[in-house]
Design a protein. Structure first.
Length: 415
């Protein structure tokens, strides 16, 4: 029993009791001390520990009263020990009942706040099994997949449809995304894009192509929209431009103004036609100007088109400005030098530059084989570039070539 009391006392060594004073008739009096929130993981009740503390203080203390020179009698020890043992076996759920048997003058003791448990303190197996350790983030990684479960921002970006596999290979993008807070950085910009006219189901594609808009200053973004509005771009046109060219809003107002001025000056367009041009192909505002300048020079110098012809073709087919120089020159050479189609007919149907070279070549050779390759509008059986390029194979064979699809497929095998 002594060993049991000692262990219980050891578990509650953090209790600070100011002292116990024995009177001449050996009645115990306790002085009130600071408050304490008692927490016991071993199941020992409050009164059990109090009783044990008092017992060992009686056994081991030197008293300052007149009875200090003579230790408590053996009968007193035995009675105290018997009463203590009886109370130690009591149900700890009744810890709030009064210890009337301890003494009439015993005052209630209030305890201090329990200190935090030491990390070196031994715990039971059941307590160890209840500990849930969250997985630690890897210090370095080649993929954002390792961080998705721990990052609210990445989790919500995935739910929006953002393809993280395409972003993690781009320089500095992965570190940028990990530093973002969804409520502070992402949410406000998504609401801004929605107000601009970007459809919600396009958010994932938009952010996959341009994640850097999440770090753009909101005031700058508002200023760029206001600039486009000042240039009389409609709300629908702005929505189409922003959706088609996600990096548009990353461009400063000065840069956007320079781009619009370049097309207006180089092509000789008025403001309305300039707006129509960049609305249909907003990449003209965000892409490099070098291929644009080169294609304009090729059309004017190498291909021999006049300024008004270039203007008409560009307005009809804006992609002509960004097309490959090799494709443009190859198609023109075959149309003009092989098929004998003049500049003004090519200008009349500039969509021919969007067609595949082999499609035009196979159909021309088949018509030539049948003796129907007639592209002069002043002659009978005239075949326009529109019908030559735009019609499906079965319609082309029956209505234009006056043959069958099987004949055309058999001819293609001979090429």
């Amino acid at each position: 029993m002594s060993s049991l009391c000692h262990r219980i006392c050891y578990r509650w060594s953090s209790l600070r009791i100011t002292g116990l004073v024995f009177s001449s008739n050996q009645e115990i009096k306790a002085l009130p001390i600071a408050s304490y929130s008692l927490q016991s993981r071993s199941g020992v009740g409050v009164h059990q520990c109090l009783l044990t503390q008092k017992f060992w203080r009686v056994k081991n203390s030197n008293f300052s009263s007149s009875a200090a020179d003579s230790p408590p009698s053996k009968e007193g020890d035995t009675a105290w020990f018997t009463e203590s043992s009886h109370l130690l076996n009591a149900n700890h759920n009744h810890g709030e009942t009064e210890l009337s048997s301890v003494g009439k003058d015993v005052q209630p003791i209030v305890f201090d706040v329990a200190p935090p448990l030491s990390p070196f303190e031994e715990i039971s197996e059941e307590e160890a099994l209840q500990i849930v350790a969250s997985p630690s983030l890897p210090p370095t990684s080649f993929t954002l997949r390792d961080y998705v479960d721990q990052s609210e921002t990445l989790t919500k970006l995935v739910l929006l449809g953002v393809d993280l596999s395409k972003l993690e290979g781009r320089p500095n993008v992965a570190n940028m995304l990990l530093r973002l807070d969804f409520d502070r950085d992402v949410k406000e910009r998504l609401l801004f894009l929605k107000d601009t006219g970007v459809e919600e189901d396009l958010f994932g594609t938009f952010l996959t192509r341009n994640p850097f808009i999440l770090t753009e200053n909101m005031e700058n973004l508002q200023m760029r929209i206001q600039y486009l509005q000042s240039k009389k771009f409609s709300k629908g046109a702005i929505a189409r431009m922003v959706s088609g060219a996600p990096y548009l809003l990353n461009f400063s107002v000065e840069r956007l103004d320079n781009r619009l001025g370049f097309y207006q000056k180089e092509l000789g367009l008025n403001m309305q036609k300039t707006r129509d041009l960049v609305t249909r192909l907003p990449k003209l505002l965000t892409g490099s100007l070098e291929p644009v300048k080169e294609n304009l020079k090729v059309c004017r110098v190498e291909l021999g088109f006049r300024h008004n012809e270039i203007q008409h073709m560009v307005i009809s087919v804006p992609k002509l400005l960004l097309a490959s120089k090799k494709k443009v020159t190859g198609l023109f050479d075959y149309l003009h030098n092989t098929m004998g189609i003049p500049h003004h007919l090519i200008t009349k149907f500039p969509q021919v530059f969007n067609a595949k070279f082999l499609r035009i070549k196979d159909r021309h050779l088949f018509l030539e084989y049948l003796g129907r390759a007639q592209y002069d509008p002043s002659q009978p059986n005239y075949i326009s570039l529109d019908k030559l390029v735009a019609t499906p194979d079965d319609v082309f064979c029956v209505e234009i070539a006056k043959g069958t699809l099987l004949d055309f497929e058999a001819f293609q095998k001979t090429l």
